[in-house]
Design a protein around this ligand. Structure first.
Ligand code: C2E
Ligand code: MG
Ligand code: MG
Ligand code: MG
Length: 284
């Protein structure tokens, strides 16, 4: 008798999933209290000057038993349980503090990008918490960029529009993350004060060999040029992709070819190195 059996299998696997979620949730709560969350940084390279002009903040969980955990293993659960609000708040403050430190070290005009999830965008206090973080860290708002996915933005386009307008008035920049893989039309781009399109790495992976992906990337770059938006390609893993996107007129790239995400100390070292190179060149 299959029915009963199936039901049991289904129900016990549901139960396991549920238990797993509860475990991760309470584990995450502890992580927040014990400061186990760390921010890693990955540079974006301006393809015209070939310098780092911007850095993305990416959360990591330094678990006492399980080691370094990447967002893929906890960001969804954090979203569903609402814990992402506290996690995101923490990441934002740490990232702004770090960017202010780089500014004070005179390492050039380095922007910091912070990811905001759909759940965070729905919080009524999101604007004030970002304004507070800027106030508290004294980071100039034009050095902060928020990365929002297409789906998060379009999900509540009317309320999002007002919110993004307020960010814009503060001088904060806005980037559409994972661009090209959502389900929305382009028309929202004319309604929203967006500065940057960030091409999803799924579309970059097989450039230039895959003619369809390459055509889509080209089209996004032209779209950006005509709408006066910056275009960033994420997930650039080799020199061929780098040069190809550079030739197409893409503005910035981010990816393992240039650098993997790294901790604050390593990122600071890299920015210092770049600054020394500038100083050497200008003294010749
Ligand atoms: P994302 O914002 O699209 O970030 C880019 C992801 O691609 C990062 O993964 C980065 O490590 C990875 N990546 C960068 N270059 C390459 C490459 O050349 N090849 C490949 N295969 N991957 C590359 P990560 O750090 O695991 O983050 C995954 C996602 O988790 C992020 O995607 C973002 O949506 C989310 N996330 C990360 N940090 C935060 C955060 O502080 N708050 C929120 N709400 N979401 C976050
Ligand atoms: Mg991002
Ligand atoms: Mg992305
Ligand atoms: Mg992505």
């Amino acid at each position: 008798y299959l029915g009963g059996n199936n039901f049991q299998v289904f129900s016990s696997s549901m139960q396991n999933l549920f238990k797993f979620q509860i475990n991760v949730e309470s584990d995450l709560r502890r992580a927040l209290l014990k400061n186990e969350l760390e921010v890693f940084y990955q540079p974006k390279i301006d393809l015209r000057t070939e310098t780092i002009t911007s850095v993305e903040a990416l959360v990591r969980w330094k678990h006492p038993d399980k080691g370094l955990i990447t967002p893929a293993d906890f960001v969804n659960i954090a979203e569903e349980t609402g814990l992402i609000t506290d996690i995101g708040g923490k990441v934002l403050t740490i990232a702004c503090e770090q960017a202010k430190e780089w500014l004070d070290m005179a390492l050039g005009k380095i922007k910091i990008s912070v990811n905001l999830s759909a759940h965070q965008l729905r919080q009524p206090q999101i604007f004030s918490s970002i304004a507070d973080a800027l106030e508290q860290t004294q980071l100039p708002p034009d050095l902060l960029e928020l990365e929002l996915t297409e789906n998060a933005v379009v999900e509540n386009i009317h309320s999002t529009r007002k919110l993004l307008q307020k960010f814009r008035e503060q001088g904060i920049s806005l980037s559409i993350d994972d661009f090209g893989t959502g389900y929305s039309s382009f028309s929202y781009l004319k309604k929203l004060p967006v500065d940057t399109l960030k091409i999803d790495r799924a579309l970059v992976r097989e450039v230039p060999d895959n003619p369809q992906d390459t055509a889509i990337c080209k089209a996004i770059i032209v779209l950006g040029q005509n709408l006066n938006l910056q275009v960033v390609a994420e997930g650039v893993e080799n020199e061929e992709q780098y040069r190809y996107l550079q030739d197409l007129g893409c503005d910035l790239v981010q990816g393992f070819y240039v650098s993997r995400p790294m901790d604050a100390e390593a990122m600071t070292k890299l920015l210092c190195q770049q600054q020394r190179k500038f100083a050497d060149q200008s003294s010749i």
